[in-house]
Write a protein that binds this ligand. Structure first.
Ligand code: FMN
Length: 343
């Protein structure tokens, strides 16, 4: 029996989406001291180890940013079998985010729309939480910290705002992700332009003494190919080590005619754009790519890896399929190609 799909999901889907999200985090927090119970309910983690950016990953399937913005359930994600976790987005001060409701499910389309707006506890509190966690037990998987800009800070001051977060959280990150692609902070996505991105990355990299931590830049699927390649080139020149492709999209065409909501669209309707961006970057840029966006099945994951993604990340797929999706992806990858339909 699949505990998530048959029992938990039907209950969670009776609740408004954000209430279900909060209840899930609460449940994970209360279960995480007992990783055996989590394994009993959701299955055993699978190892498919690899090295990337000088880090050791248990397997290539990670948790995408936004699911655990405040680093409250890291031991649970590890027990559920993720190969790495990206927490955040975290900002330099606590932020409430946009008014509720701000998260919506579209089950017929296997999609979500969110306009959360970087609701998070702020870097100070998250740093304390991570310090406490690491002093009792350091996770055995890489922990990435995704950082963003406060809504109240103008873009001109973005570099110092990102730097505040970077400094405060530096000791607790195995790698950082610079998020310049969320559609829910007005003007944030213009930080993907070569000049703006350079100012941010130079501020971070020039503060840091060697050996520098792996730094990834997360891009929007809505960039033109020219702008995406310019951002990637700038990222590479400024010492970034990978691109996360992609964040959510503002293009809701694939969602019509369902009742629409403003915000970033994720899940199945994002697949095509995220795959197009991955292909573009793999063909034309030097930086490796971490694939995110519309990875809903083992076939989707296999396609991204075949196209050249170094790692993959899940968010919406986890909501619809539950944690067994991680194992299904890894089992699918381990089978000889003849046994996999699309390989
Ligand atoms: C509710 C929600 C909140 C998100 N919050 C963040 C965030 O804070 N920072 C970020 O970089 N991405 C955020 N994302 C984007 C995801 O990390 C991911 O890149 C995107 O949803 C595409 O992947 P998916 O189709 O597997 O969901 C969020 C996504 C959702 C659905």
């Amino acid at each position: 029996m699949n505990f998530y799909r048959e029992i938990l999901r039907p209950i969670l889907f009776l609740l408004p989406a954000e209430a279900a999200h909060n209840l899930t985090l609460q449940l994970l927090r209360s279960l995480q001291p007992n990783s055996r119970l989590l394994n009993l309910l959701f299955g055993q983690p699978i190892s498919l180890p690899l090295e990337f950016c000088g880090l050791h990953f248990r397997n290539p399937v990670g948790l995408a940013a936004g699911m655990d913005k405040n680093a409250s359930a890291i031991p649970a994600w590890e027990a559920l079998g993720f190969g790495f976790v990206e927490i955040g987005t975290i900002t330099s001060q606590p932020q409430a985010g946009n008014p509720k409701p701000r998260l919506f499910r579209y089950p017929h389309k296997q999609a979500l729309v969110n306009r959360m707006g970087f609701n998070n506890d702020g870097c100070e509190l998250v740093a304390k939480r991570l310090q406490k966690l690491y002093s009792s037990k350091k996770p055995n998987i890489p922990i990435g910290i995704n950082i963003g800009k406060l809504k109240s800070v103008p873009n001109a001051e973005a570099p110092s705002d990102y730097l505040k977060c970077y400094k405060k959280l530096y000791d607790y990150a195995d790698f950082f992700v610079v998020n310049v692609s969320s559609p829910n902070t007005p003007g944030l996505r213009s930080l993907q332009s070569a000049t703006e991105l350079e100012r941010i990355l130079v501020a971070l990299r020039s503060w840091e003494a060697p050996p520098k931590k792996p730094l990834w830049v997360k891009l929007s699927p809505d960039l033109t190919p020219e702008d995406a390649l310019a951002a990637t080139e700038t990222a590479a020149l400024c010492g970034a080590n990978a691109i996360v492709a992609t964040n959510t999209t503002l293009d809701h065409d694939a969602l019509l005619p369902y009742e629409d909501q403003e915000g970033g669209l994720s899940g199945s309707p994002l697949r095509e754009k995220a795959v197009a961006m991955l292909k573009l970057l793999i063909r034309n840029s030097k930086l490796p790519v971490v694939a995110s966006g519309g990875i809903m099945s083992p076939e989707d994951a296999a396609e991204r890896m075949r196209l050249g993604a170094s790692l993959i990340e899940l968010y919406t797929g986890l909501i619809y399929s539950g944690p067994s999706l991680i194992r299904e992806i890894l089992n699918y990858r381990q089978k000889p190609p003849s046994e996999n339909k699309t390989d």
